[in-house]
Design a binder for this molecule. Structure first.
Ligand code: NAP
Length: 339
């Protein structure tokens, strides 16, 4: 059983982890506790090629200072030699007596750190604050498992499932509170993706805004499609340089985004692009903002997703129903999505 000091150290480790960049590498934090439970060192991972969190923490201590100590780490220490040495070995060499970690490393090469530590006689406990660890690393774990970023598709719709009026106008279907929710979630994403259809119809800024001001964290704007974009489009004023992909190969786009460390991808439409992502099974989470309004007509929020008969419908699990002013947000997960 983890002690209160170890649980507090894990909370601190999770905080430290967020100081590192999201990339192909995980965000990890570590805290070293003395035998009496005092914090003697902290560390975190600063990105590819730099020391892992536990090695960073140990580096702040004089030789032998970690002997008999407890290392609290948010991810199972790795057991392989990449650009840096195995963390399990560094902990064994440092002489720690106990290692506490939040979540198992699912990687083939890295996993086995806990086994290596145990074989060296170190007391190891995994799964401490595992839910919090998963919340932090879920996008990275998805990249690890699927080899692609975590994909959220968002749309706003009328109660009758329309994303725009017959003339293509769609601003605004939902109210201010729903739109604020979207902006907050944008600020948590790494990339915000639209098709050329939306860019041409709506000329969106694709920034994350808190009222009139920009959130400190801005997603990278991404546009997919072959049509050329106007040089006057608002996207060119975005604080992050836009990425343009003149392709319909969505898996290749996601691959490139993962390479760039863009792990949390927010697809904001329109219907053609959102449907293409769904049809190809590339969606982990759906956000449908439903407004109490009827629009009718041909512009459905989702179009062809390859469901020819009812037996092939794409079943979802509803994770959350959130009232937002007069609107409702439905957060759902495709049953086929890997958790
Ligand atoms: N309610 C909402 O939440 C919401 C959100 C966004 C947009 N909208 C509305 O939606 C309308 C625009 O709809 P839309 O469907 O044209 O927009 P869209 O999905 O943004 O863009 C469609 C375009 O995406 C490109 N594309 C990229 N990958 C593709 C693929 N794998 N398969 C097919 N096309 C791909 C194609 O561009 P190229 O032809 O250039 O190759 C295609 O024409 C507007 O009225 C807008 O206001 C509503």
């Amino acid at each position: 059983m983890a002690t209160p000091a170890e649980i507090a150290a894990m909370r601190r480790g999770l905080e430290l982890a967020t100081r590192g960049p999201a990339s192909r590498n995980p965000q990890v934090g570590a805290v070293i506790l003395s035998a009496s439970g005092d914090v003697i060192a902290e560390g975190w991972h600063r990105g590819a090629g730099t020391p892992h969190a536990e090695v960073d923490a140990l580096s702040h201590l004089p030789a032998d200072a970690a002997r008999g100590a407890t290392a609290v780490v948010t991810l199972e220490p790795c057991n392989h030699t990449g650009r840096t040495g195995p963390c399990a070995e560094a902990l064994v060499t440092a002489g720690v007596a106990r290692v506490v970690y939040a979540i198992d490393d699912p990687g083939d090469r890295e996993a086995g750190g806990a086994r290596r530590l145990r074989s060296a006689g170190i007391d190891v406990e995994g799964g401490v604050l595992a839910d919090e660890g998963h919340a932090l690393l879920d996008p990275w774990l998805t990249v690890r498992r699927l080899g692609r970023p975590h994909v959220t598709v968002k749309w706003a719709q009328s109660l009758d499932g329309r994303a725009a009026a017959a003339d293509g106008s769609s601003q605004w279907i939902t109210g201010a509170q729903a739109r604020h929710d979207v902006h907050r979630r944008r600020s948590e994403a790494d990339a915000i993706v639209v098709g050329t259809g939306t860019l041409i119809a709506d000329d969106p800024a694709l920034t994350a805004r808190n009222g009139d001001t920009l959130f400190a964290r801005q997603p990278v704007p991404v546009v997919i499609g072959t049509r050329p974009l106007s040089r006057d489009a608002k996207i060119w004023q975005h604080p992050q340089e836009p990425l343009l992909f003149a392709t319909y190969d969505l898996a290749a786009v996601l691959d490139e985004l993962a390479d760039r460390g863009l792990h949390r991808v927010f697809i904001e439409g329109g219907p053609t692009l959102a449907s293409a992502f769904l049809a190809q099974g590339l969606v982990d989470r759906l956000l449908a903002y439903i407004a109490p309004t009827l629009i009718g007509g041909p512009r459905h929020a989702i179009t062809d997703i390859g469901v020819a008969s009812i037996g092939a419908q794409m079943r979802l699990t509803i994770d959350q129903l959130l009232p937002l002013g007069g609107d409702v947000l439905v957060v759902a997960t495709p049953e086929s999505a890997v958790h």
